[in-house]
Write a protein that binds this ligand. Structure first.
Ligand code: PEP
Ligand code: MG
Length: 540
Protein backbone atom coordinates (compact mmCIF):
# COMPACT_ATOMS: atom_id res chain seq x y z
CA UNK A 1 0.00 0.00 0.00
CA UNK A 2 1.37 3.43 -0.97
CA UNK A 3 -0.17 6.72 0.11
CA UNK A 4 0.24 10.09 -1.63
CA UNK A 5 -0.95 13.55 -0.64
CA UNK A 6 -2.12 16.23 -3.00
CA UNK A 7 -4.52 19.09 -3.21
CA UNK A 8 -8.17 18.24 -3.27
CA UNK A 9 -10.26 20.09 -5.86
CA UNK A 10 -13.48 18.24 -5.14
CA UNK A 11 -14.65 16.20 -2.16
CA UNK A 12 -16.05 12.69 -2.28
CA UNK A 13 -14.51 9.23 -2.15
CA UNK A 14 -13.77 6.79 -4.95
CA UNK A 15 -12.52 3.24 -4.86
CA UNK A 16 -11.74 1.73 -8.27
CA UNK A 17 -8.93 0.40 -10.49
CA UNK A 18 -6.48 2.92 -11.93
CA UNK A 19 -6.51 3.95 -15.58
CA UNK A 20 -3.52 6.00 -16.66
CA UNK A 21 -3.91 8.62 -19.37
CA UNK A 22 -0.49 8.95 -21.04
CA UNK A 23 0.05 11.15 -24.01
CA UNK A 24 3.65 10.28 -24.69
CA UNK A 25 5.63 11.04 -27.79
CA UNK A 26 6.15 8.28 -30.33
CA UNK A 27 9.83 7.73 -31.04
CA UNK A 28 10.40 6.76 -34.66
CA UNK A 29 13.80 5.98 -36.19
CA UNK A 30 14.65 5.76 -39.88
CA UNK A 31 15.55 2.19 -40.89
CA UNK A 32 16.65 0.66 -44.19
CA UNK A 33 14.35 -2.13 -45.43
CA UNK A 34 15.37 -4.79 -47.95
CA UNK A 35 11.87 -6.08 -48.78
CA UNK A 36 9.76 -3.00 -49.60
CA UNK A 37 6.74 -5.10 -50.68
CA UNK A 38 6.62 -6.73 -47.26
CA UNK A 39 6.87 -3.27 -45.67
CA UNK A 40 3.98 -1.99 -47.79
CA UNK A 41 2.00 -5.08 -46.75
CA UNK A 42 2.70 -4.27 -43.08
CA UNK A 43 1.45 -0.72 -43.72
CA UNK A 44 -1.72 -2.06 -45.38
CA UNK A 45 -2.53 -4.28 -42.38
CA UNK A 46 -2.07 -1.39 -39.95
CA UNK A 47 -4.25 0.91 -42.06
CA UNK A 48 -6.98 -1.73 -42.19
CA UNK A 49 -6.90 -2.30 -38.44
CA UNK A 50 -6.94 1.43 -37.66
CA UNK A 51 -9.90 1.94 -40.01
CA UNK A 52 -11.80 -0.70 -38.05
CA UNK A 53 -10.94 1.04 -34.77
CA UNK A 54 -12.18 4.39 -36.12
CA UNK A 55 -15.42 2.85 -37.36
CA UNK A 56 -15.97 1.27 -33.96
CA UNK A 57 -15.27 4.56 -32.16
CA UNK A 58 -17.57 6.49 -34.54
CA UNK A 59 -20.38 3.97 -33.87
CA UNK A 60 -19.87 4.25 -30.11
CA UNK A 61 -19.86 8.06 -30.24
CA UNK A 62 -22.96 8.06 -32.44
CA UNK A 63 -24.85 5.85 -29.97
CA UNK A 64 -24.15 8.09 -26.97
CA UNK A 65 -24.57 11.79 -27.64
CA UNK A 66 -21.92 13.62 -25.67
CA UNK A 67 -19.47 10.68 -25.75
CA UNK A 68 -16.96 12.21 -28.12
CA UNK A 69 -17.38 13.02 -31.74
CA UNK A 70 -18.62 10.57 -34.36
CA UNK A 71 -17.78 13.09 -37.10
CA UNK A 72 -14.19 13.17 -35.90
CA UNK A 73 -13.66 9.43 -36.26
CA UNK A 74 -15.38 9.38 -39.63
CA UNK A 75 -13.07 12.18 -40.75
CA UNK A 76 -10.09 10.16 -39.46
CA UNK A 77 -11.20 7.11 -41.44
CA UNK A 78 -11.41 9.30 -44.56
CA UNK A 79 -7.81 10.40 -44.09
CA UNK A 80 -6.80 6.73 -44.14
CA UNK A 81 -8.76 6.17 -47.36
CA UNK A 82 -7.11 9.19 -48.96
CA UNK A 83 -4.84 8.01 -51.74
CA UNK A 84 -2.67 11.12 -51.63
CA UNK A 85 -1.60 10.33 -48.07
CA UNK A 86 -1.34 6.53 -48.13
CA UNK A 87 -0.20 6.50 -51.80
CA UNK A 88 2.66 8.91 -51.01
CA UNK A 89 3.68 6.82 -47.99
CA UNK A 90 3.86 3.70 -50.20
CA UNK A 91 5.92 5.52 -52.81
CA UNK A 92 8.27 6.82 -50.13
CA UNK A 93 8.78 3.29 -48.76
CA UNK A 94 9.49 1.98 -52.26
CA UNK A 95 11.72 4.79 -53.52
CA UNK A 96 13.75 5.38 -50.39
CA UNK A 97 13.63 1.78 -49.08
CA UNK A 98 12.67 2.98 -45.60
CA UNK A 99 10.48 1.63 -42.82
CA UNK A 100 6.73 2.30 -42.89
CA UNK A 101 6.53 4.23 -39.58
CA UNK A 102 9.24 6.68 -40.65
CA UNK A 103 7.55 7.18 -44.03
CA UNK A 104 4.16 7.77 -42.34
CA UNK A 105 5.59 10.40 -39.99
CA UNK A 106 7.45 12.21 -42.76
CA UNK A 107 4.60 12.32 -45.26
CA UNK A 108 2.07 13.29 -42.55
CA UNK A 109 4.31 16.10 -41.34
CA UNK A 110 4.53 17.53 -44.85
CA UNK A 111 0.74 17.41 -45.32
CA UNK A 112 0.10 18.84 -41.83
CA UNK A 113 2.46 21.74 -42.52
CA UNK A 114 0.70 22.42 -45.81
CA UNK A 115 -2.69 22.49 -44.03
CA UNK A 116 -1.49 24.74 -41.25
CA UNK A 117 -0.19 27.34 -43.71
CA UNK A 118 -3.60 27.66 -45.39
CA UNK A 119 -5.77 30.75 -45.07
CA UNK A 120 -9.02 29.05 -44.34
CA UNK A 121 -9.51 28.12 -40.68
CA UNK A 122 -11.27 24.87 -41.50
CA UNK A 123 -8.27 23.66 -43.53
CA UNK A 124 -5.85 24.73 -40.80
CA UNK A 125 -7.76 22.61 -38.33
CA UNK A 126 -7.23 19.54 -40.55
CA UNK A 127 -3.54 19.76 -39.67
CA UNK A 128 -4.16 18.52 -36.09
CA UNK A 129 -6.32 15.66 -37.46
CA UNK A 130 -3.54 14.61 -39.81
CA UNK A 131 -1.03 14.54 -36.97
CA UNK A 132 -3.36 12.56 -34.73
CA UNK A 133 -4.04 9.92 -37.40
CA UNK A 134 -0.31 9.61 -38.16
CA UNK A 135 0.43 9.26 -34.46
CA UNK A 136 -2.07 6.42 -34.05
CA UNK A 137 -0.90 4.69 -37.23
CA UNK A 138 2.73 4.91 -36.15
CA UNK A 139 1.93 3.44 -32.75
CA UNK A 140 0.16 0.53 -34.40
CA UNK A 141 3.14 -0.10 -36.68
CA UNK A 142 5.51 0.05 -33.72
CA UNK A 143 3.27 -2.27 -31.72
CA UNK A 144 3.17 0.42 -29.00
CA UNK A 145 0.04 1.31 -27.14
CA UNK A 146 -1.96 -0.41 -29.83
CA UNK A 147 -5.36 0.62 -28.63
CA UNK A 148 -6.60 4.19 -28.60
CA UNK A 149 -7.43 5.51 -25.15
CA UNK A 150 -10.84 4.07 -24.32
CA UNK A 151 -12.41 3.66 -20.89
CA UNK A 152 -14.42 0.45 -20.64
CA UNK A 153 -14.98 0.07 -16.92
CA UNK A 154 -15.27 2.23 -13.81
CA UNK A 155 -11.87 3.69 -12.96
CA UNK A 156 -9.91 6.41 -11.24
CA UNK A 157 -8.28 8.37 -14.03
CA UNK A 158 -4.64 9.32 -13.40
CA UNK A 159 -2.82 11.76 -15.69
CA UNK A 160 0.18 14.05 -15.76
CA UNK A 161 -2.21 16.88 -16.61
CA UNK A 162 -5.50 17.19 -18.43
CA UNK A 163 -6.61 20.07 -20.57
CA UNK A 164 -10.32 20.98 -20.60
CA UNK A 165 -10.44 19.70 -24.20
CA UNK A 166 -9.04 16.30 -23.17
CA UNK A 167 -11.37 16.13 -20.16
CA UNK A 168 -14.55 16.74 -22.14
CA UNK A 169 -13.62 13.97 -24.58
CA UNK A 170 -13.48 11.34 -21.80
CA UNK A 171 -16.25 8.91 -21.01
CA UNK A 172 -17.65 10.65 -17.95
CA UNK A 173 -20.05 7.89 -16.96
CA UNK A 174 -17.23 5.55 -15.99
CA UNK A 175 -14.78 7.93 -14.34
CA UNK A 176 -15.09 7.68 -10.55
CA UNK A 177 -12.31 10.12 -9.72
CA UNK A 178 -9.49 12.16 -11.25
CA UNK A 179 -5.89 12.47 -10.05
CA UNK A 180 -3.34 14.66 -11.79
CA UNK A 181 0.34 15.32 -11.16
CA UNK A 182 -0.01 18.93 -12.31
CA UNK A 183 -3.03 21.27 -12.33
CA UNK A 184 -4.47 23.86 -9.97
CA UNK A 185 -7.54 24.41 -7.83
CA UNK A 186 -9.39 26.82 -10.13
CA UNK A 187 -8.30 25.36 -13.47
CA UNK A 188 -11.14 24.34 -15.75
CA UNK A 189 -10.31 20.67 -15.32
CA UNK A 190 -10.94 21.06 -11.59
CA UNK A 191 -14.18 22.89 -12.37
CA UNK A 192 -15.25 20.05 -14.66
CA UNK A 193 -14.59 17.51 -11.90
CA UNK A 194 -16.87 19.53 -9.63
CA UNK A 195 -19.52 19.76 -12.34
CA UNK A 196 -19.30 15.97 -12.80
CA UNK A 197 -19.41 15.70 -8.98
CA UNK A 198 -16.55 13.24 -8.71
CA UNK A 199 -13.65 13.40 -6.24
CA UNK A 200 -10.54 14.94 -7.74
CA UNK A 201 -7.02 15.84 -6.69
CA UNK A 202 -4.24 17.82 -8.34
CA UNK A 203 -0.53 18.17 -7.52
CA UNK A 204 -0.12 14.51 -6.54
CA UNK A 205 3.61 13.69 -6.74
CA UNK A 206 3.45 10.56 -8.89
CA UNK A 207 5.94 9.44 -11.53
CA UNK A 208 3.76 7.90 -14.21
CA UNK A 209 6.72 6.44 -16.08
CA UNK A 210 8.65 4.81 -13.23
CA UNK A 211 6.47 1.73 -12.82
CA UNK A 212 5.36 2.81 -9.32
CA UNK A 213 1.81 3.05 -10.67
CA UNK A 214 0.16 0.75 -13.21
CA UNK A 215 -3.16 0.34 -14.97
CA UNK A 216 -5.63 -1.93 -13.15
CA UNK A 217 -4.05 -1.45 -9.72
CA UNK A 218 -6.75 -0.88 -7.11
CA UNK A 219 -6.79 2.62 -5.59
CA UNK A 220 -8.71 4.79 -3.15
CA UNK A 221 -9.12 8.51 -3.68
CA UNK A 222 -10.29 10.59 -0.73
CA UNK A 223 -11.16 14.04 -2.01
CA UNK A 224 -12.05 15.25 1.50
CA UNK A 225 -8.61 14.91 3.02
CA UNK A 226 -6.55 14.95 -0.21
CA UNK A 227 -5.14 11.43 -0.08
CA UNK A 228 -4.60 8.90 -2.85
CA UNK A 229 -3.80 5.32 -1.90
CA UNK A 230 -2.51 2.73 -4.36
CA UNK A 231 -3.05 -0.97 -3.54
CA UNK A 232 -4.93 -0.26 -0.29
CA UNK A 233 -4.83 -2.94 2.41
CA UNK A 234 -7.90 -4.79 3.58
CA UNK A 235 -8.64 -2.43 6.51
CA UNK A 236 -8.47 0.63 4.24
CA UNK A 237 -10.84 -0.98 1.75
CA UNK A 238 -13.32 -1.79 4.49
CA UNK A 239 -13.21 1.70 6.05
CA UNK A 240 -13.53 3.27 2.56
CA UNK A 241 -16.59 1.16 1.84
CA UNK A 242 -18.16 2.26 5.14
CA UNK A 243 -17.49 5.93 4.43
CA UNK A 244 -18.92 5.63 0.91
CA UNK A 245 -22.10 4.13 2.36
CA UNK A 246 -22.29 6.95 4.89
CA UNK A 247 -21.91 9.51 2.05
CA UNK A 248 -24.65 7.80 0.05
CA UNK A 249 -26.94 8.09 3.11
CA UNK A 250 -26.08 11.81 3.46
CA UNK A 251 -26.88 12.42 -0.23
CA UNK A 252 -30.17 10.65 0.28
CA UNK A 253 -30.92 12.86 3.28
CA UNK A 254 -30.05 15.98 1.25
CA UNK A 255 -32.74 15.05 -1.27
CA UNK A 256 -35.34 16.07 1.31
CA UNK A 257 -34.21 19.69 0.70
CA UNK A 258 -34.93 19.54 -3.01
CA UNK A 259 -38.35 21.18 -2.94
CA UNK A 260 -37.70 23.47 0.03
CA UNK A 261 -37.08 27.17 -0.43
CA UNK A 262 -33.60 28.62 -0.33
CA UNK A 263 -34.19 31.03 2.53
CA UNK A 264 -32.38 31.95 5.76
CA UNK A 265 -34.04 31.69 9.17
CA UNK A 266 -34.42 35.50 9.13
CA UNK A 267 -36.31 35.33 5.83
CA UNK A 268 -33.68 36.31 3.24
CA UNK A 269 -34.12 34.56 -0.11
CA UNK A 270 -31.33 33.75 -2.52
CA UNK A 271 -31.75 31.75 -5.72
CA UNK A 272 -29.63 28.64 -6.23
CA UNK A 273 -28.72 28.00 -9.84
CA UNK A 274 -26.55 25.36 -11.55
CA UNK A 275 -23.30 25.68 -13.50
CA UNK A 276 -23.12 23.20 -16.37
CA UNK A 277 -20.75 22.36 -19.19
CA UNK A 278 -22.93 20.26 -21.47
CA UNK A 279 -26.33 18.64 -21.94
CA UNK A 280 -24.81 15.61 -20.22
CA UNK A 281 -25.12 17.53 -16.89
CA UNK A 282 -28.86 18.19 -17.22
CA UNK A 283 -29.96 15.11 -15.24
CA UNK A 284 -27.85 16.25 -12.31
CA UNK A 285 -29.43 19.73 -12.56
CA UNK A 286 -32.94 18.29 -12.44
CA UNK A 287 -32.02 16.02 -9.51
CA UNK A 288 -30.67 19.02 -7.59
CA UNK A 289 -33.91 21.02 -7.79
CA UNK A 290 -31.95 24.07 -9.01
CA UNK A 291 -33.91 27.29 -9.61
CA UNK A 292 -32.43 27.34 -13.11
CA UNK A 293 -29.11 27.25 -14.94
CA UNK A 294 -26.95 30.18 -13.89
CA UNK A 295 -24.07 29.40 -16.21
CA UNK A 296 -23.99 27.17 -19.26
CA UNK A 297 -20.34 27.26 -20.38
CA UNK A 298 -21.02 27.02 -24.12
CA UNK A 299 -17.32 26.87 -24.98
CA UNK A 300 -17.36 23.17 -24.10
CA UNK A 301 -19.53 22.61 -27.14
CA UNK A 302 -16.60 23.96 -29.17
CA UNK A 303 -14.05 21.95 -27.19
CA UNK A 304 -15.98 18.72 -27.80
CA UNK A 305 -15.97 19.28 -31.56
CA UNK A 306 -13.19 18.93 -34.09
CA UNK A 307 -14.41 21.84 -36.19
CA UNK A 308 -16.66 24.83 -35.59
CA UNK A 309 -20.08 23.62 -34.40
CA UNK A 310 -22.53 24.96 -36.99
CA UNK A 311 -25.69 26.95 -36.29
CA UNK A 312 -27.93 23.88 -36.46
CA UNK A 313 -25.86 21.85 -34.01
CA UNK A 314 -25.75 24.75 -31.56
CA UNK A 315 -29.45 25.51 -31.95
CA UNK A 316 -30.37 21.90 -31.15
CA UNK A 317 -28.17 21.89 -28.05
CA UNK A 318 -29.52 25.18 -26.66
CA UNK A 319 -33.10 24.19 -27.47
CA UNK A 320 -32.64 20.92 -25.61
CA UNK A 321 -31.30 22.73 -22.54
CA UNK A 322 -34.17 25.24 -22.59
CA UNK A 323 -36.89 22.67 -23.11
CA UNK A 324 -35.48 20.50 -20.34
CA UNK A 325 -35.59 23.42 -17.91
CA UNK A 326 -39.16 24.45 -18.80
CA UNK A 327 -39.88 28.00 -17.63
CA UNK A 328 -36.88 28.19 -15.29
CA UNK A 329 -34.20 30.69 -16.33
CA UNK A 330 -31.27 29.38 -18.37
CA UNK A 331 -28.21 31.61 -18.67
CA UNK A 332 -26.10 30.60 -21.65
CA UNK A 333 -22.70 32.24 -21.81
CA UNK A 334 -21.33 32.89 -25.27
CA UNK A 335 -18.14 30.97 -25.93
CA UNK A 336 -15.31 31.76 -23.54
CA UNK A 337 -12.57 30.26 -25.71
CA UNK A 338 -8.94 31.16 -25.07
CA UNK A 339 -6.41 30.87 -22.23
CA UNK A 340 -6.59 27.17 -21.16
CA UNK A 341 -9.63 26.43 -23.34
CA UNK A 342 -8.19 26.12 -26.84
CA UNK A 343 -9.66 23.95 -29.56
CA UNK A 344 -6.98 23.22 -32.20
CA UNK A 345 -9.17 24.29 -35.09
CA UNK A 346 -9.49 27.88 -33.84
CA UNK A 347 -5.93 28.37 -35.01
CA UNK A 348 -5.19 30.99 -32.33
CA UNK A 349 -1.57 32.13 -32.66
CA UNK A 350 0.83 31.35 -29.81
CA UNK A 351 0.51 34.05 -27.13
CA UNK A 352 2.95 34.96 -24.37
CA UNK A 353 0.09 35.69 -21.93
CA UNK A 354 -3.00 33.84 -23.15
CA UNK A 355 -5.06 34.72 -20.04
CA UNK A 356 -4.60 38.38 -21.02
CA UNK A 357 -4.89 37.59 -24.68
CA UNK A 358 -7.19 36.90 -27.55
CA UNK A 359 -10.08 35.27 -25.74
CA UNK A 360 -13.82 35.20 -25.13
CA UNK A 361 -15.68 38.31 -26.28
CA UNK A 362 -12.52 39.60 -27.98
CA UNK A 363 -12.50 36.64 -30.38
CA UNK A 364 -16.25 37.09 -30.92
CA UNK A 365 -15.95 40.74 -31.81
CA UNK A 366 -12.92 40.30 -34.09
CA UNK A 367 -14.32 37.22 -35.79
CA UNK A 368 -17.97 38.13 -36.30
CA UNK A 369 -18.65 35.07 -38.48
CA UNK A 370 -18.01 32.81 -35.46
CA UNK A 371 -19.95 35.07 -33.09
CA UNK A 372 -22.92 35.44 -35.43
CA UNK A 373 -23.28 31.67 -35.84
CA UNK A 374 -23.62 31.35 -32.08
CA UNK A 375 -25.90 34.37 -31.68
CA UNK A 376 -28.24 33.23 -34.45
CA UNK A 377 -28.50 29.79 -32.80
CA UNK A 378 -29.23 31.44 -29.44
CA UNK A 379 -31.86 33.86 -30.78
CA UNK A 380 -33.62 30.96 -32.51
CA UNK A 381 -33.44 28.78 -29.38
CA UNK A 382 -34.75 31.70 -27.28
CA UNK A 383 -38.26 30.89 -28.50
CA UNK A 384 -38.21 27.58 -26.59
CA UNK A 385 -37.69 28.71 -23.01
CA UNK A 386 -36.54 31.32 -20.53
CA UNK A 387 -33.17 32.12 -22.11
CA UNK A 388 -30.73 34.81 -20.96
CA UNK A 389 -27.47 35.44 -22.81
CA UNK A 390 -24.30 36.18 -20.85
CA UNK A 391 -21.14 37.76 -22.33
CA UNK A 392 -17.75 36.86 -20.80
CA UNK A 393 -14.62 38.97 -20.24
CA UNK A 394 -16.24 42.34 -20.80
CA UNK A 395 -14.03 45.23 -19.71
CA UNK A 396 -15.86 48.39 -20.77
CA UNK A 397 -19.02 49.93 -22.18
CA UNK A 398 -17.95 50.24 -25.81
CA UNK A 399 -17.77 46.46 -26.07
CA UNK A 400 -21.45 46.35 -25.13
CA UNK A 401 -22.32 48.76 -27.94
CA UNK A 402 -20.39 46.58 -30.37
CA UNK A 403 -22.14 43.42 -29.12
CA UNK A 404 -25.49 45.15 -29.46
CA UNK A 405 -24.80 45.98 -33.11
CA UNK A 406 -23.99 42.33 -33.89
CA UNK A 407 -27.11 41.08 -32.06
CA UNK A 408 -29.27 43.54 -34.03
CA UNK A 409 -27.67 42.39 -37.28
CA UNK A 410 -28.49 38.74 -36.45
CA UNK A 411 -32.06 39.61 -35.50
CA UNK A 412 -32.51 41.54 -38.79
CA UNK A 413 -31.14 38.59 -40.80
CA UNK A 414 -33.48 36.11 -39.11
CA UNK A 415 -36.39 38.51 -39.61
CA UNK A 416 -35.63 38.77 -43.34
CA UNK A 417 -35.30 35.01 -43.64
CA UNK A 418 -38.67 34.57 -41.91
CA UNK A 419 -37.08 32.41 -39.19
CA UNK A 420 -38.65 32.29 -35.72
CA UNK A 421 -36.50 34.04 -33.07
CA UNK A 422 -36.58 36.02 -29.85
CA UNK A 423 -34.03 38.49 -28.51
CA UNK A 424 -33.67 37.54 -24.84
CA UNK A 425 -32.39 39.51 -21.84
CA UNK A 426 -28.62 39.89 -22.07
CA UNK A 427 -26.14 40.38 -19.25
CA UNK A 428 -22.42 40.43 -18.63
CA UNK A 429 -19.86 38.61 -16.53
CA UNK A 430 -18.14 40.84 -14.01
CA UNK A 431 -14.78 39.08 -14.01
CA UNK A 432 -12.29 41.79 -14.82
CA UNK A 433 -11.33 44.53 -12.33
CA UNK A 434 -12.16 47.07 -15.06
CA UNK A 435 -15.76 45.85 -15.19
CA UNK A 436 -16.06 45.61 -11.40
CA UNK A 437 -14.91 49.16 -10.68
CA UNK A 438 -17.16 50.58 -13.42
CA UNK A 439 -20.14 48.42 -12.47
CA UNK A 440 -22.14 51.61 -11.78
CA UNK A 441 -21.71 52.65 -15.45
CA UNK A 442 -22.16 49.17 -16.96
CA UNK A 443 -25.30 48.45 -14.93
CA UNK A 444 -27.24 51.03 -16.92
CA UNK A 445 -26.27 49.38 -20.20
CA UNK A 446 -26.96 45.71 -19.62
CA UNK A 447 -29.68 43.36 -18.38
CA UNK A 448 -27.96 41.60 -15.42
CA UNK A 449 -24.60 40.90 -13.81
CA UNK A 450 -22.98 37.57 -13.04
CA UNK A 451 -19.77 37.81 -11.03
CA UNK A 452 -17.04 35.41 -12.20
CA UNK A 453 -14.87 35.22 -9.11
CA UNK A 454 -12.38 32.78 -10.69
CA UNK A 455 -11.14 35.32 -13.18
CA UNK A 456 -11.89 38.33 -10.99
CA UNK A 457 -9.48 36.92 -8.39
CA UNK A 458 -6.91 35.99 -11.04
CA UNK A 459 -6.85 39.48 -12.56
CA UNK A 460 -7.23 41.46 -9.32
CA UNK A 461 -4.61 39.54 -7.32
CA UNK A 462 -2.27 39.15 -10.36
CA UNK A 463 -2.40 35.39 -9.82
CA UNK A 464 -2.40 32.87 -12.67
CA UNK A 465 -5.26 30.46 -11.95
CA UNK A 466 -3.52 27.70 -13.95
CA UNK A 467 -0.41 27.73 -11.82
CA UNK A 468 -0.65 25.17 -9.00
CA UNK A 469 2.41 26.66 -7.28
CA UNK A 470 0.34 29.74 -6.47
CA UNK A 471 -2.50 27.88 -4.77
CA UNK A 472 -1.32 29.06 -1.32
CA UNK A 473 -1.59 32.65 -2.53
CA UNK A 474 -5.07 32.12 -3.90
CA UNK A 475 -7.11 34.20 -1.45
CA UNK A 476 -10.48 34.94 -2.94
CA UNK A 477 -11.83 36.37 0.32
CA UNK A 478 -9.41 39.32 0.44
CA UNK A 479 -10.84 42.81 1.00
CA UNK A 480 -10.07 43.80 -2.59
CA UNK A 481 -12.41 41.10 -3.87
CA UNK A 482 -15.12 41.71 -1.25
CA UNK A 483 -15.18 45.41 -2.07
CA UNK A 484 -15.57 44.73 -5.77
CA UNK A 485 -18.38 42.26 -5.11
CA UNK A 486 -20.20 44.70 -2.81
CA UNK A 487 -19.84 47.55 -5.29
CA UNK A 488 -21.03 45.37 -8.17
CA UNK A 489 -24.20 44.19 -6.44
CA UNK A 490 -24.98 47.69 -5.10
CA UNK A 491 -24.55 49.18 -8.61
CA UNK A 492 -26.79 46.49 -10.09
CA UNK A 493 -29.61 47.17 -7.63
CA UNK A 494 -29.36 50.96 -7.98
CA UNK A 495 -29.97 50.41 -11.70
CA UNK A 496 -32.76 47.91 -11.21
CA UNK A 497 -30.95 44.81 -12.46
CA UNK A 498 -30.17 41.48 -10.77
CA UNK A 499 -26.73 40.26 -9.74
CA UNK A 500 -25.46 36.75 -9.04
CA UNK A 501 -22.16 34.96 -8.50
CA UNK A 502 -21.18 32.06 -10.76
CA UNK A 503 -17.47 31.62 -9.89
CA UNK A 504 -16.31 28.83 -7.58
CA UNK A 505 -16.51 31.16 -4.57
CA UNK A 506 -20.30 30.89 -4.77
CA UNK A 507 -20.01 27.36 -3.35
CA UNK A 508 -17.78 28.36 -0.43
CA UNK A 509 -20.08 28.18 2.57
CA UNK A 510 -17.82 30.44 4.63
CA UNK A 511 -18.82 33.20 2.15
CA UNK A 512 -22.58 32.56 2.06
CA UNK A 513 -23.36 35.00 4.90
CA UNK A 514 -21.31 37.69 3.13
CA UNK A 515 -23.14 37.16 -0.17
CA UNK A 516 -26.55 37.29 1.51
CA UNK A 517 -25.69 40.42 3.50
CA UNK A 518 -24.38 42.07 0.32
CA UNK A 519 -27.84 41.46 -1.19
CA UNK A 520 -26.81 38.93 -3.84
CA UNK A 521 -29.80 37.66 -5.82
CA UNK A 522 -28.41 34.28 -6.88
CA UNK A 523 -25.54 31.85 -6.41
CA UNK A 524 -24.70 29.52 -9.27
CA UNK A 525 -22.71 26.41 -8.38
CA UNK A 526 -22.02 22.87 -9.64
CA UNK A 527 -25.20 20.75 -9.45
CA UNK A 528 -23.67 18.51 -6.76
CA UNK A 529 -23.30 21.50 -4.40
CA UNK A 530 -26.83 22.87 -4.62
CA UNK A 531 -28.53 20.84 -1.92
CA UNK A 532 -25.59 21.12 0.48
CA UNK A 533 -25.64 24.88 -0.01
CA UNK A 534 -29.40 25.06 0.46
CA UNK A 535 -29.14 23.12 3.72
CA UNK A 536 -26.52 25.60 4.89
CA UNK A 537 -28.57 28.67 3.84
CA UNK A 538 -31.63 27.35 5.69
CA UNK A 539 -29.51 27.10 8.85
CA UNK A 540 -28.30 30.72 8.72
C1 PEP B 1 -15.19 32.84 -13.55
O1 PEP B 1 -14.23 33.36 -14.12
O2 PEP B 1 -15.42 32.93 -12.34
C2 PEP B 1 -16.15 32.04 -14.33
C3 PEP B 1 -17.29 31.62 -13.81
O3 PEP B 1 -15.81 31.69 -15.59
P1 PEP B 1 -14.71 30.57 -15.95
O4 PEP B 1 -14.34 29.87 -14.67
O5 PEP B 1 -15.33 29.67 -16.94
O6 PEP B 1 -13.60 31.39 -16.51
MG1 MG C 1 -14.10 33.43 -16.29
Amino acid sequence: MKQYSGRSVNGGIASAPIKIYRKNEVRVRRKHVADTDAEIGRLGNAVEELCMQFEMLARKAGENVGDGDAELFNAYAMILHDQIFIGTVKETIKNERINAEFAVMRVAQGIAEMFSSMEEEYMRSRSADMEDVADRLTRLLLGEDEKPFVINEPCILVAEDLSPAQTVMLDKKLIQGIVTVKGSVTSHTAILARTMDIPAMVLVPLDLFSGEIKDEQMAVLDGFNGSFIISPDFDTLVSTKNRMEELARESEELLSYKDLESVTTDGKHIKLMANVASTYDLDAVLRSGADGIGLFRSEFLYLESRSFPDEEKQFKTYKKVLETMGDKPVVIRTMDIGADKQPDYFGVEHEENPALGFRAIRICLKKPEIFKTQLRALLRAGVYGNLQILYPMVTCAWELEWIDRVVKECAAELENEGVLYRVPVQGIMIETPAAAVTADILAGKTGFFSIGTNDLVQYTMALDRQNGMLDDFYRPKETAIRRMIEFTVKSAHENGILCGVCGELAADISMTRFFIDAGMDALSVSPGFILRLKKHIRSL
